[in-house]
Design a protein. Structure first.
Length: 319
């Protein structure tokens, strides 16, 4: 258990989420003044004494990614120079997470660059949610807690009680996450196998698993353009029951994804608030669940020295 005072703070990336976390912990948010100058430079000022305190900094790095990442780095520098005891960085949506390897020669591994910057600027611990690739944890030389939104999203489907459903992984790479959902919800698992055509598009060539006559629940970590929504037809062709549900943690939601939600074969898209969803993206089929209980529990466990295992493994149950 830490004997240093807990202080919560946030940048401008997702203030409603930070306030919800603070409320659950009966804490206030530390005042931080962040200003964007006319030349687009960002200025950060910590408004208050923080010497020898444990800081919990909540800052997802969604659009605008570079502004939010720079804001995070400047806050880290300000806290480090203020002689805090520890800076625990909660980045629910990690920047550049999909650029985690060299797919071709002479490419930057941008996820590692982001990780190194966060560490070098003074973070003593990093927490993120449903990272695109588990190996990203190895980019850090400090403690990392790779949380999963599985308990929050799975609880929604437990309430729906879709007993005839099947958890579907959209590709082999997400099968490990889909398997967690299947075990928690006690449902069958199916995996979609894809290949890239000569035209550069991706098509589903096979669906392995018990899908005939069952409602598909497709899981994924990020929805951006919404290409996964176009693959529902392949499941129905394989015998799945229409309409399908989707449970995806991070709602980047480009305009094409919202257009694809108009498909009658899609019942609902369930996401979390790791990324703020503005009113113009609030499609009738979109259901946004709060990740605040998970982050609040993570902060409590870190501060009290409790195990993070249930939050990492997805076995923790929200109230």
């Amino acid at each position: 258990m830490s004997y240093h005072e807990m202080r919560l703070c946030t940048g401008r990336a997702n203030e409603p989420l930070a306030r919800a976390v603070a409320h659950r912990l009966n804490q206030g948010l530390l005042p931080v003044t962040i200003t964007t100058f006319p030349d687009s430079e960002i200025h950060v000022l910590i408004e208050g004494l923080v010497r020898h305190q444990d800081i919990y900094l909540i800052q997802p790095c969604s659009d605008p990614v570079n502004d939010n990442l720079m804001e995070l780095l400047l806050m880290l520098d300000a806290f480090r120079r203020a002689s805090v005891h520890a800076i625990n960085v909660l980045v629910p949506y990690f920047p550049y997470a999909r650029q985690d390897r060299m797919a071709r020669g002479r490419e930057a591994i941008s996820a590692k660059v982001a990780a190194r910057m966060i560490q070098q600027m003074g973070a003593t611990r990093v927490v993120y949610v449903d990272i695109h690739t588990k190996a990203t944890q190895g980019f850090f030389d400090i403690p990392v807690d790779p949380l999963t939104a599985l308990p929050v999203l799975a609880a929604y489907f437990q309430h729906l009680d879709l007993g005839d459903a099947t958890i579907v992984s959209p590709d082999v790479g997400r099968a490990w996450l889909a398997n967690r959902y299947a075990k928690l919800l006690d449902l069958p698992l199916a995996v979609m196998y894809k290949r890239r055509t000569e035209e550069g598009t991706v098509e589903v060539v096979d669906v392995a698993g018990d899908i005939a006559g069952r409602t598909p629940i497709i899981i994924d970590d990020i929805i951006a353009s919404g290409s996964v929504l176009t693959q529902v037809s392949a499941l129905i062709k394989a015998g799945a029951r229409s309409p399908a549900y989707l449970a995806i943690t991070h709602p980047v939601l480009l305009p094409s994804a919202l257009d694809r939600l108009e498909d009658d074969r899609i019942a609902q898209l369930i996401v979390t608030d790791t990324i703020p969803v503005p009113e113009e993206k609030r499609h009738p089929k979109l259901q946004v669940l709060s990740i605040a209980p998970l982050l609040a529990e993570a902060i409590r466990r870190i501060h009290e020295g409790d195990t993070m295992g249930p939050l990492v493994e997805g076995t923790w149950q929200p109230e």
